[in-house]
Design a protein. Structure first.
Length: 178
């Protein structure tokens, strides 16, 4: 197990090097999207439209932050259960998505897509959304504002703590735990 500080702009270079169990402090641009947003993004792609953010080498955080309190960039922003995005993840990975952040195990199809696309799945600590919020320095809603907390947001992370759960070589912490 190793520890790394990674900039999101370099995630494509790191995704193939990271291994299940590695600890990461992530810095840079991350987009939030949950299941309702994923459904809309895939509908946009079906219509030949561009998604609300560039997928190539992007990092998506499965989170729906609470309202922003005074003096903070974001409200509590813990991870949501990633399996709800499993129907959409392989398509987005095939289009260039490089990293996903959430909590919980992924389907065999998503694991294969992570391997095939040299991507990575990172887990954040569930139940620690208020602490995670301290690692977000800015937030901007960029799509689907009608979805409220599930709108697509552009976040800037500073030393956001994560663990590599599924790596591009087939390593999987959830399988090891079984």
């Amino acid at each position: 197990m190793s520890k790394f500080v990674i900039e999101t702009r370099d995630i494509a270079d790191w995704a193939e090097k990271l291994r299940a169990g590695d600890q990461v402090l992530l810095n840079g641009t991350v987009y939030t999207a949950r299941d309702a947003a994923h459904k809309r993004i895939c509908a946009m792609l079906d219509r030949g439209e561009e998604p609300p953010f560039p997928l190539k080498n992007a990092v998506v955080y499965y989170a729906g932050p609470t309202p922003t309190p005074p003096g903070m960039a974001i409200g509590s922003c813990g991870p949501t259960t990633s399996a709800r995005m499993d129907p959409y993840a392989p398509r987005l990975l095939d289009l260039g998505l490089k990293a996903m952040i959430g909590k919980g195990d992924r389907s065999p199809e998503v694991c294969e897509s992570i391997r095939r696309n040299h991507a990575v799945y990172l887990c954040a600590i569930g139940g620690a959304g208020a602490l995670a919020a301290k690692c977000v320095i800015s937030l901007k809603v960029i799509a689907f504002s009608d979805l409220g907390c599930e709108s697509v947001k552009k976040l800037e992370f500073r030393n956001f703590p994560l663990i590599v759960a599924i790596d591009s070589a087939g390593g999987n912490l959830f399988e090891k735990a079984k």
